[in-house]
Design a protein around this ligand. Structure first.
Ligand SMILES: C[S@@+](CC[C@H](N)C(=O)[O-])C[C@H]1O[C@@H](n2cnc3c(N)ncnc32)[C@H](O)[C@@H]1O
Length: 237
């Protein structure tokens, strides 16, 4: 795929996401995935889905405060706990309670990591307040927005939580390739709006890191990690 140079012009700090995954990274990913994932055949478990996550989340290596919005079976959060600092504060936010996986993740994380589960609708103000309470005066190093994939909800999650991220932190989005369905606009539509104001970079499968663009074909595509640098949002949110 040949793209214009300006689309491939990425900041230095994203250089770490360029290389494809190494065996050791895949092994660490699979360890969590096999333990937490009930359906190993799911799309979220495909080689390309794994590849883009491993590459993008190199950015949170040793980070301290992390929030995942929409955690489902907690496989992703369990994997990320292995990348985060030994004493990281990990916040799990989902609208649904999952007691089995919650018990499992509490036993899976590093002994000094601190895990908090918040059950609530991420688009509601009181849920944001619960995150602020949990942070107890701290800010987040990164957030992963992966809850309701409808455009207005992705924008709401961004509005609610991006301003709780430190200026040198990151906002990650999942399924940036999803353009919605016949009646519903999806993640890609939300990302396109955000990109009007601040750069959004994308890590899709094993493709080069670039500025966000919609998929080249029409259809239902999932996956793709979007990355916003919190410093690019200063003065905007
Ligand atoms: C795609 S799954 C998350 C997958 C997970 N992050 C991963 O990488 O494997 C979406 C999750 O978002 C949750 N969810 C959907 N709408 C939500 C909302 N408004 N607030 C909080 N969680 C929500 C669902 O319960 C579900 O667990």
């Amino acid at each position: 795929m040949i793209l214009p140079k300006f689309m491939l012009d990425i900041p230095m700090e994203l250089e770490t996401c360029k290389n494809l995954s190494k065996k050791i990274e895949i092994d660490i990913f699979m360890l969590a995935w096999n333990k937490f994932c009930d359906n190993p055949e799911s799309i979220g478990n495909s080689k390309l889905a794994r590849e883009e996550k491993i590459r993008a989340f190199r950015l949170i290596q040793n980070a301290n405060n992390f929030l995942e919005i929409g955690t489902f079976n907690k496989a992703n959060l369990a994997w990320l706990s292995s990348l985060l600092a030994f004493d990281a504060k990990i916040i799990d936010l989902d609208i649904q309670l999952n007691p089995i996986k919650e018990r499992l993740i509490k036993n899976h994380i590093k002994p000094e990591q601190n895990y908090t589960s918040i059950i609530g609708d991420s688009t509601h103000l009181n849920t944001r307040n619960k995150v602020i309470e949990t942070l107890n005066g701290d800010l987040l190093d990164a957030i992963f927005i992966d809850a309701n994939h409808v455009m207005r909800c992705v924008l709401a999650d961004f509005a609610q939580f991006a301003n709780l991220v430190k200026p040198d932190g990151y906002i990650f989005f999942h399924d940036i390739q999803w353009e919605g369905s016949e009646k519903i606009k999806g993640v890609a539509d939300a990302i396109e709006i955000i990109q009007r104001y601040a750069p959004v970079y994308q890590c899709v499968g094993n493709n080069p890191i670039s500025h966000f663009h919609r998929p080249f074909k029409n259809g239902q595509f999932w996956g793709g990690i979007g990355i916003v640098l919190a410093k690019d949002l200063i003065g905007l949110i």
